[in-house]
Design a protein around this ligand. Sequence first.
Ligand code: BEZ
Length: 250
Amino acid sequence: MTTQHWDPDTYARNARFVSDLGAGVFALLAPQPGERVLDLGCGDGALTEKLVASGCRVTAVDSSAKQIGAARARGLDARRARAETLPFQEEFDAVFSNAVLHWIPDARAVIACVHRALKPGGRFVAELGGAGCVETVRLALIAAAGRRGLDGAALDPWFFPTGEAYRALLEAQGFVVRTIELFPRPTLLPGDITDWLETFAQPFLGAVAPGDRAGFIQEVRAAVAPALLDPIHGWTADYIRLRFDAHKAH
Ligand code: BEZ
């Protein structure tokens, strides 16, 4: 199975909106000067930089070596680590994560690692894709894969939980959930949906024969256009977000 790869240049061109739209979860974190914060899945460090600017002492981790290189180029303390096997023990006042957790199916392992990484009383504040996120695109990708004899559901890399399901996962690891909210966030894309597909749908594209990829993308584009393309405003993806604030007991 092809996994998702992140290229800092492609990300900056097609996905800058991901960190730009992180302002809401950043406000929920309300970072305080002097706090030790772990940025889980920092990408190229755009939001990590804002945490540092707030006066926090920040460690950033990401599974992508290229994104870690881009984050370090900003002068950040960024290290390569997987969310399911974080090496930290009671070190952080807060763990922050934006638009990462939906890429990791083993949520139980991630939440257990985050709980271990937090000091008693520490908080886990994050946002991810929630139940129904990019459903129009996801179903079109699965259908186009199916027409090629591929099991599209098995290629689907995304974990988009309901609020109830994620609350249960958090509570099972000992968190007390203060807020958890599922809400639609239709997202105006900076370019064509084909750029979004090339950036975010690699697990599907990698399963399609190289000579058929352009056709596959055009087929998905045509399928989603009636719902997502506006002749004046362009492409809007049907994002749904899950945002929460959970605390570790003292
Ligand atoms: C997101 O960043 O929320 C996202 C990315 C890819 C697919 C769906 C959602």
